[in-house]
Design a protein around this ligand. Structure first.
Ligand SMILES: C[S@@+](CC[C@H](N)C(=O)[O-])C[C@H]1O[C@@H](n2cnc3c(N)ncnc32)[C@H](O)[C@@H]1O
Length: 207
């Protein structure tokens, strides 16, 4: 896994610091977009949150059958304390320990995960998660992205990111080459309080 692990970057592995940074950058628009769009659920949906971190979106996803997975034990401990009544949490490497959450799922999402994985890891993960979609299910990924003529603040924040694999939208789309399901890739601006761009990928399993 490609991550900068200097003392500065270690801060984001501490749940309190991670949430503070998220709050400062602004989460409301992102949350509104995701929870009312790509992550919109129906009651009883089976949902897998991969690289869940402290699972801050969980309370906004309604009455679902939720499972969160992350390889950082501190995040899993924190998420279990806050949201253990809303689902189950597994401390696991989603790329290598796939047996822990076999599925099928109506929704699988990876928010801010792909840019922490190199191409081989990301492709392995995407192929394995796509195979766990129920009929009518979808896989959603959401990550920072490099775009042409990008605002210098957005580019600077990307350059500073602890994830070493921020890609262009085409770079993210290429990771789905082996998945024989419809893919929608789009770039978003203005989801944070600072100039920033995100890339959202949605794979849909037909009903
Ligand atoms: C940028 S954070 C995003 C957290 C959360 N999804 C959110 O939106 O707040 C990326 C998360 O992915 C986790 N992660 C990175 N590689 C992973 C892997 N191979 N398996 C499971 N989790 C992973 C990290 O521990 C971290 O919590």
């Amino acid at each position: 896994m490609s991550q900068k692990i200097t003392s500065l970057y270690k801060l984001v592995t501490i749940p309190f610091m991670y949430e503070l940074i998220q709050r400062t950058l602004g989460q409301k628009k992102t949350r509104h977009y995701l929870c009312n769009g790509p992550l919109k659920t129906n009651t009883g949906d089976r949902v897998l949150d991969v690289g869940c971190g402290p699972a801050t979106l969980r309370p906004f996803l309604g009455d679902i059958c939720y499972k969160g997975m992350d390889l950082n034990p501190s995040h899993i401990e924190h998420a279990t304390k806050d949201f253990g009544h809303l689902g189950t949490f597994i401390c696991s490497n989603a790329v290598t320990d796939t047996v822990n959450a076999p599925g099928p799922y109506d929704l699988i999402y990876c928010i801010g995960l792909l840019h922490h994985l190199d191409d081989d890891e990301a492709r392995t993960l995407i192929n394995s998660l796509s195979a766990r979609l129920a009929d009518g299910g979808r896989l959603v990924t959401y990550d920072p992205v490099y775009v042409e003529k990008q605002n210098f603040i957005a580019k600077w924040l990307n350059d500073l990111d602890s994830g070493q694999n921020i890609r262009t939208a085409q770079g993210y789309a290429n990771l789905f080459d082996d998945v024989e399901l419809p893919l929608d890739t789009h770039v978003l601006s203005g989801m944070l309080n600072v100039p920033y761009n995100h890339c959202c990928n949605i794979v849909s399993q037909p009903k």
